[in-house]
Design a protein around this ligand. Structure first.
Ligand SMILES: [Zn+2]
Length: 281
C-alpha cells in the first residue's frame, strides 16, 4: 500500500510535467471509483474539465489535484491506485482497470498527454470537491500532522498520551499522517525500539530518535521513488527502489544488518510486523 514516500514521489513526478496543462476532456469508465455523489450530468465538470492544472498537494498518503478556478479532485491510492501519465498518441503499457482518463493539452503546443487513474483492486478512489478549503474542512483536518512536518513537541505529546504499543500508534493516521506498515517497521528498527513498547514509555531521547529516523527514512525513500512490494508504480509506470534498503520489512528469517540476530515477523494489531529482538528494545 502506498505510503508517504510513494505518494510524494508521484506528486513530484506529476508536478514536473502537468502544471499549466489544460484539461480538455474527462472520460469516466467506472463511476464507482468516484467516492462522493455527483450527478451524471455534472460529472465531467466535477472532475475538472475545462480548467488548467494549478497545483498538486499532499497530506499524509492523500493527494489532491487543484485547478485554476479552485476545484479539486482528491485521490486515495488504497492498495493499488496509480496515476499514469502517457503521451498521446502512445500504446499504453497497461490496458485494463483504467477507470478515469483526463486529456491534457499544453497551451504552448507541446504534445498532448493523458492522465490515467488505474486501480486494479479498487480500494482507492477519487473525491471531487469545490475547493482546497472544503477538502481541509471535510477531510484533511481530521487526519494528523504530516509525518514530514510534525514537530518534536507534538509527537512527544501524541505518544505520551496513549498506552497503545508504539507500532500501532505510528500507523494511526490521526496521530501522524503518512506512515504505514513498511516505514513504521523501518523507523522503529533504525531507532532501536521494539514495536511492542508502550508509546507512553518512551524517553525523550527515544522520541527524538523516532523523529530523526522518521525524517531520514522518508526523505531517502522519496529520493528512491518509494518502495515497490507489489503494486506501487510511478506516473511513468516505474517501480520504486527503496525496498533494496529495507532493514527489516519483508526480511523475516534474515539476519539483522546491525547486530546479526534473526529478523522476526509477527502479527501485531492485524498487521505483519518485522523486527530484530537483538537490537530493538
Ligand atoms: Zn538487530
Amino acid at each position: 500500500m502506498p505510503e508517504l514516500p510513494e505518494v510524494e514521489h508521484i506528486r513530484r513526478r506529476l508536478s514536473d510535467r502537468i502544471l499549466g496543462l489544460e484539461i480538455t476532456r474527462v472520460l469516466v469508465k467506472r463511476a464507482d471509483v468516484i467516492r462522493l455523489p455527483v450527478p451524471v450530468k455534472a460529472r465531467s465538470k466535477a472532475l475538472l474539465r475545462n480548467s488548467r492544472v494549478k497545483m498538486l498537494h499532499r497530506h499524509g498518503k492523500r493527494l489532491a489535484l487543484e485547478v485554476d478556478d479552485g476545484r479539486v479532485v482528491e485521490f486515495g491510492l488504497g492498495m493499488s491506485g496509480a496515476l499514469l501519465l502517457e503521451q498521446v498518441p502512445s500504446i499504453p503499457a497497461a490496458t485494463t482497470h483504467r477507470h478515469v482518463i483526463w486529456n491534457l493539452q499544453d497551451p504552448r503546443g507541446a504534445q498532448p498527454m493523458r492522465l490515467v487513474w488505474r486501480d486494479p483492486r479498487r480500494f482507492g478512489g477519487l473525491r471531487p470537491l469545490g475547493s482546497m478549503s472544503e477538502l481541509h474542512a471535510r477531510f484533511w483536518s481530521k487526519i494528523g500532522p504530516d509525518a514530514l512536518e510534525i514537530d518534536e513537541k507534538t509527537l512527544a505529546r501524541n505518544l505520551s498520551g496513549t498506552k497503545r504499543v508504539i507500532k500501532t500508534v505510528l500507523l494511526d493516521q490521526r496521530v501522524l499522517a503518512g506512515v504505514g506498515n513498511i516505514y513504521a517497521d523501518e523507523v522503529l528498527h533504525a531507532a532501536g525500539l521494539s514495536p511492542i513498547r508502550r508509546a507512553d514509555s518512551l524517553e525523550r531521547a527515544e522520541v527524538k530518535a523516532v523523529l530523526r529516523f522518521l525524517r531520514r527514512i522518508l526523505v531517502q525513500a522519496i529520493e528512491d521513488g518509494g518502495s515497490t512490494i507489489r503494486d506501487h508504480q510511478d506516473p511513468d509506470g516505474l517501480p520504486g527502489g527503496f525496498q533494496a534498503r529495507h532493514a527489516v520489512y519483508g526480511r523475516p528469517g534474515g539476519s539483522c544488518k546491525r547486530c546479526g540476530a534473526m529478523i522476526h515477523s509477527e502479527q501485531l494489531g492485524g498487521r505483519t510486523t518485522h523486527w530484530c529482538s537483538g537490537c530493538q528494545k
